[in-house]
Design a binder for this molecule. Structure first.
Ligand SMILES: *[C@@H]1O[C@H](CO)[C@@H](O)[C@H](O)[C@H]1NC(C)=O
Ligand SMILES: *[C@@H]1O[C@H](CO)[C@@H](O)[C@H](O)[C@H]1NC(C)=O
Ligand SMILES: *[C@@H]1O[C@H](CO)[C@@H](O)[C@H](O)[C@H]1NC(C)=O
Ligand SMILES: *[C@@H]1O[C@H](CO)[C@@H](O)[C@H](O)[C@H]1NC(C)=O
Length: 540
C-alpha cells in the first residue's frame, strides 16, 4: 500500500557515502588548479602574453572535464544511421539501483544544444506501464527524425530534429521500471512491481545519476512524462521532494514537473470519456441524454443495466477509432493487413486527416479496432499493452522504425546496452513486467507538491481518447485553487495552438489543439514552445 502520509523517511540512504569521496577529490583538484591559475596570472601580468593564460585555462578546463564531468565511458561517439557529428554530447549507460538483485536502469542522456550549464535537466518518462522512453526519443522530442529504410529490416536514416527538446534542455530518457526497454534485473522477482517500487527505484537512480554527472546538479531539475507517467511523475516528484526535505545527498535542484495526457484519478478519468465523445460529435445528443440519465454521471462504475447497455452503445460508436488520436487512421500489423484493404476506397484526403506534422511520417496509422477502453486507470494490476492486445504490437501503432534501429547490433553497441543474454530484444512496450497500480489517485500528490511551491504543467492533446482532456481539465479544476489566468487561447507562430487555464500555486492546465496522446509527435513546434516557456517560468 502507498500512503502519502505514512511514508518512511528514516531509511538510510546507501548512496551518501559513495558520493562524498568523489566530491572531496573534486574540490581538492579544483583548489589546486585555481592556485596554479592565480600564480600563473601574477607572473604573467608582469611578463607574458595571452597565450600563457590561454594554455593555463585549457589545462584548467581539461581538469574540469576529467574531474567534474560525466563518465567518459558513457559517451556516445557515433550513431549508426546518422551521418555527421552529433549536435551535442550524448551519454548512455546503466545505473545499478539494487546491487544485491542486480537491478539496472538504462538511461540515454542528451546534453543541451543550447547552454548545457544553464539549461534545465529534464527527466523524461514514457508510460505503459511497460513502455520504453525511447518512444519519446524516436517519435516525439528526441534529437532526430527517423526515416524508415527502403529495404525491409534495414537501418533507418537519422536527420536532425529542429524541434528537439534538447534545443532548450538537457534531457534524460530513462527506461523504467526494470524489465522495460533496456533496463533489466538479474532477479526475476523484480519484474513483479508497481507504482511505489518504481518511484523509489527512480529516486535511487536520480541520486546515483547526479553523482555521476555532478556538473548538472546546479541546473534546475524537472520531471516530465506522458500517459501512465501521469502516475510515475507525481509519485517520483513526491519522493524527490521528500528526499530534499530529509537532506538526501546529492541535493537535487528540483523545480517542478510536466504531465502530458496523464493517468491521474480512476474515477475522474473514467468519467471523462462520455462527455468527450459527445463534445467531439462521436455520439448523438439522444444517446448522450440517455446515458447521462441512466448512469447519473457515473460512467466509470455502471450501477444499472440501462446504464451498462447505453455505455455499450457508446463503446460501439467509438470502436474502430484510433484511441490515441480520433482523427487518425489506425495501423494494423501485417497479420491484419487483409482487414485494412477494405478501407482503401476511402478518399486519400480523409486518410490524410490526422497525419503528424513531423517532417517524416514515422508511424503509419490506418483504420481498425482501437484499444479496449478505460482499461489502464484502475487500482490494482494494470494489464500491459501487449497483454491487452494479445500480441507484441501496441494496437494502431507501427513501431517498425524504432524496432529496426534499437534491435540493430551496431546501434546497441553504440548506445552501450548490455549483451543479448541479459536483454534479448528491445520492445516499445513489454509484457515482461507485472505492474500493480498501488498509489491510488494522483490528486493528493499534486496538491502536496504544488502546496510546497513546485510548479506543475498539466498538458493535454485534445484529440486523445486514451486519456481525454476532459478528465485532466476536471481534476485540475477539482483541486480548488483560485484561477489566476482565466481560460484563454494560447498561440504559437501567430496561430491559436490550444487553450490554457492558470491556477494559483503555479498549477497550469493547457490543451494542444489537434494533438493526440503523444503531443510532441503531432505538434512538435507548438510543443517545443510551451515546453521552453514553462521551463523558463515565462508566460505561455
Ligand atoms: C555523409 O555526408 C557527406 C557530406 O555531406 C556526404 O559526402 C556522404 O556521401 C554522406 N555519406 C553517406 C553514407 O550518406
Ligand atoms: C530474488 O529475490 C528474492 C526476493 O528478495 C529472493 O528471495 C531470492 O532469493 C532472489 N533470487 C536470487 C536467485 O537471488
Ligand atoms: C506533503 O507531504 C509531506 C510528507 O507526507 C508532509 O510532511 C507535508 O506536510 C505535506 N505538505 C503539504 C503542504 O501538504
Ligand atoms: C510561481 O513560480 C514562480 C517562478 O518560479 C515564482 O516566482 C512564484 O513565486 C510562484 N508563484 C506561486 C504562487 O507559487
Amino acid at each position: 500500500m502507498y500512503s502519502i502520509l505514512g511514508v518512511d523517511t528514516s531509511e538510510k540512504d546507501p548512496l551518501r557515502d559513495w558520493s562524498s569521496d568523489a566530491h572531496a577529490l573534486h574540490y581538492v583538484l579544483v583548489i589546486e588548479i585555481l592556485s596554479i591559475l592565480i600564480l600563473g596570472f601574477n607572473r604573467m601580468a608582469k611578463t607574458f602574453s595571452r597565450l600563457c593564460l590561454f594554455s593555463l585555462l585549457l589545462i584548467y578546463f581539461n581538469f574540469l572535464v576529467i574531474t567534474q564531468s560525466a563518465p567518459e565511458s558513457a559517451l556516445v561517439t557515433q550513431l549508426p544511421g546518422f551521418n555527421g557529428s552529433l549536435p551535442s554530447k550524448h551519454y548512455a549507460g546503466y545505473v545499478t539501483v539494487d546491487e544485491k538483485h542486480g537491478r539496472n536502469l538504462y538511461y540515454y542522456f542528451v546534453v543541451s544544444e543550447g547552454k548545457p550549464s544553464e539549461d534545465p535537466v529534464v527527466l523524461w518518462l514514457n508510460g505503459g506501464p511497460g513502455c520504453s522512453s525511447f518512444d519519446g526519443f524516436v517519435y516525439e522530442h528526441g534529437p532526430f527524425n527517423f526515416e524508415a529504410s527502403k529495404t525491409k529490416g534495414g537501418l533507418p536514416t537519422l536527420h536532425l530534429n529542429p524541434h528537439s527538446w534538447s534545443k532548450v534542455s538537457n534531457i534524460l530518457y530513462l527506461d523504467s521500471p526494470a524489465g522495460v526497454g533496456f533496463s533489466y534485473s538479474k532477479n526475476d522477482t523484480d519484474y513483479l512491481t508497481g507504482d511505489t517500487k518504481t518511484a523509489s527505484d527512480t529516486h535511487a537512480f536520480l541520486l546515483k545519476w547526479f553523482d555521476l554527472y555532478p556538473e548538472f546538479l546546479p541546473n534546475p531539475f524537472f520531471i516530465a512524462g506522458e500517459s501512465y507517467a501521469g502516475v510515475y511523475v507525481p509519485t517520483l516528484a513526491y519522493e524527490v521532494a521528500k528526499g530534499i526535505d530529509a537532506g538526501a545527498k546529492p541535493n537535487l535542484n528540483f523545480k517542478g514537473y510536466l504531465v502530458g495526457n496523464g493517468v491521474t484519478d480512476e474515477q475522474i478519468d473514467g468519467n471523462a470519456l462520455v462527455p468527450f465523445a459527445h463534445g467531439m460529435g462521436l455520439i448523438s445528443d439522444d444517446l448522450f441524454e440517455e446515458v447521462n440519465g441512466d448512469c447519473k454521471g457515473n460512467f466509470y462504475k455502471p450501477l444499472s443495466d440501462d446504464c451498462s447497455s447505453n455505455l455499450a452503445k457508446v463503446d460501439k460508436a467509438i470502436d474502430g477509432l484510433n484511441i490515441y488520436d480520433i482523427l487518425e487512421p489506425c495501423y494494423h500489423g501485417t497479420e491484419a493487413e487483409k482487414i485494412t484493404t477494405s478501407y482503401i476506397r476511402l478518399p486519400s484526403s480523409f486518410r490524410k486527416l490526422g497525419e503528424t506534422e513531423r517532417p517524416l511520417a514515422v508511424r503509419k496509422r490506418m483504420f481498425g479496432r482501437a484499444w479496449p477502453l478505460r482499461a489502464p486507470v484502475r487500482d490494482g494490476i494494470v494489464p500491459t499493452w501487449p497483454q491487452l492486445s494479445n500480441s507484441n504490437n501496441v494496437p494502431c501503432t507501427d513501431d517498425e522504425v524504432a524496432n529496426s534501429w534499437l534491435n540493430n547490433a551496431a546501434v546497441r553497441k553504440a548506445i552501450h546496452t548490455v549483451e543479448e543474454s541479459l536483454v534479448s530484444s528491445w520492445d516499445l512496450c513489454t509484457d515482461r513486467i507485472t505492474f500493480d497500480h498501488d498509489a491510488g489517485s494522483m490528486i493528493k500528490f499534486h496538491k502536496n507538491l504544488t502546496a510546497k511551491g513546485y510548479r506543475a504543467l498539466i498538458y493535454s492533446g485534445d484529440h486523445d481518447m486514451c486519456v481525454p482532456f476532459t478528465g485532466s481539465e476536471a481534476w485540475t479544476r477539482s483541486v480548488g485553487y483560485k484561477i489566476v489566468d482565466e481560460w484563454r487561447p494560447w498561440t504559437s507562430n501567430g496561430q491559436v495552438a490550444g487553450y490554457i487555464q492558470g491556477y494559483d500555486k503555479n498549477l497550469t492546465f493547457l490543451t494542444i489543439k489537434g494533438a493526440g496522446h503523444t503531443v510532441p509527435e503531432y505538434k512538435p513546434q507548438e510543443a517545443l514552445y510551451f515546453y521552453k516557456q514553462f521551463l523558463s517560468g515565462l508566460p505561455i
